[in-house]
Design a protein around this ligand. Structure first.
Ligand SMILES: NC(=O)c1ccc[n+]([C@@H]2O[C@H](COP(=O)([O-])OP(=O)(O)OC[C@H]3O[C@@H](n4cnc5c(N)ncnc54)[C@H](OP(=O)(O)O)[C@@H]3O)[C@@H](O)[C@H]2O)c1
Length: 295
């Protein structure tokens, strides 16, 4: 079923689709596009996207590149109900300043950048814009994403609800206070990277035990996929299932003992803390770049 705010927008007279513009369709922007194109509300949404260089974003998207039309971002923003800023952190404030004079009153602006606060964005946009930060991960492409949302200090309730309804089409939404958005970026935003890192490590180990690359990849991928499929409906903690599988005296217990020596939980925490430090650096460079360009 289409989400409430999106249905409301459809039920409004005249019956118009919700116009969503994704500015800077790179890795994450394209995943969002693909997820929305697959969603049950597809017919209720008009998708448009900008890129820097010409490229094919599929038949369902009105795609415009800056190469073809240097005004692309301004034009798309001017006719959008929801504008998603999907460029890199250092590019976000300049893009906001560029589109600010062209936004429709009441447009919902959703920055994805790590390190840029909603208040920073509100300062660059007209007061009528509703800023809602979103921190999705790449699984939005299959509508299995986890997206953290945080409404800016001046966002309206309707704008926040619309952002939530939109991202609920793409998976799970977690509403968080602003100071948790960057934390979430290193927990779930970077999460697919952690999963692939572990998968790669165990695949390499399987190869070292004599499986060829294709067999090792396929075996480990399906093993991870099946294991995650088992745990979710069980509602049980990983530690509970682990205790059952790694039973005393078993070969699995011996393997897990070796992994415990590496203190992976501590390593994971250090990895996330390192990513958080980088998020702070990105904020500093994005804001100083913006200050320099507005000086
Ligand atoms: N990737 C993730 O998993 C993830 C997760 C959470 C949050 N984020 C955030 O999401 C944002 C996008 O990340 P990403 O990984 O998708 O980055 P990306 O792949 O580099 O995508 C950004 C795209 O925007 C284009 N671009 C730059 N300036 C533009 C402009 N003025 N108009 C139109 N297009 C422009 C870039 O083109 P050029 O390459 O030619 O510059 C690039 O294709 C970042 O702010 C990041 O912090 C990403």
């Amino acid at each position: 079923m289409a989400s409430r705010a999106i249905e409301d927008s459809l039920n409004a007279e005249p019956r118009e689709p919700l116009r969503v513009a994704i500015l800077g369709a790179g890795q994450l922007g394209r995943s969002i596009l693909a997820g929305l194109a697959r969603s049950q509300a597809r017919d209720a949404i008009e998708l448009a996207a900008s890129t820097r260089r010409s490229c094919d974003l599929g038949p369902d998207v009105r795609a415009v590149s800056l190469e073809e039309d240097p005004e692309a971002n301004r034009r798309l923003a001017a006719r959008a109900d929801v504008v998603i800023l999907a460029v890199r952190p250092t590019q976000t404030m300049a893009l906001a300043a560029e589109i600010a004079p062209h936004l429709e009153p009441g447009a919902v602006v959703i920055p994805l950048a790590i390190g840029i606060s909603a208040a920073d964005l509100e300062g660059a946009l007209p007061p009528s814009a509703d800023v809602v930060r979103a921190m999705p991960n790449l699984s939005v492409e299959l509508r299995l994403g986890v997206t953290g949302l945080s409404a800016g200090p001046n966002a309206s309730t309707g704008g926040a609800a619309l952002a939530r309804d939109l991202f609920e089409l793409l998976g799970t939404v977690v509403v968080v206070p602003e100071d948790r958005v960057d934390v979430l970026s290193v927990v779930s935003g970077a999460g697919p990277a952690y999963a692939y890192f572990l998968l790669e490590a165990f695949t390499t180990a399987a190869r070292a035990l004599g499986f060829d690359e294709r067999a090792a990849s396929s075996i480990m991928l399906r093993t991870f996929r099946g294991s995650l499929a088992l745990i979710e409906p069980s509602g049980r903690a990983p530690s509970a299932l682990l205790a059952e599988i790694a039973s005393p005296g078993s070969a699995t217990e011996r393997a897990i003992a070796v992994l415990r020596e590496a203190d992976l939980a501590n390593l994971a925490q250090r990895a996330m803390e390192a990513a958080l430090e980088r998020a702070a650096e990105l904020r500093t460079s994005a804001v100083s770049l913006a200050d320099a360009s507005f000086a």
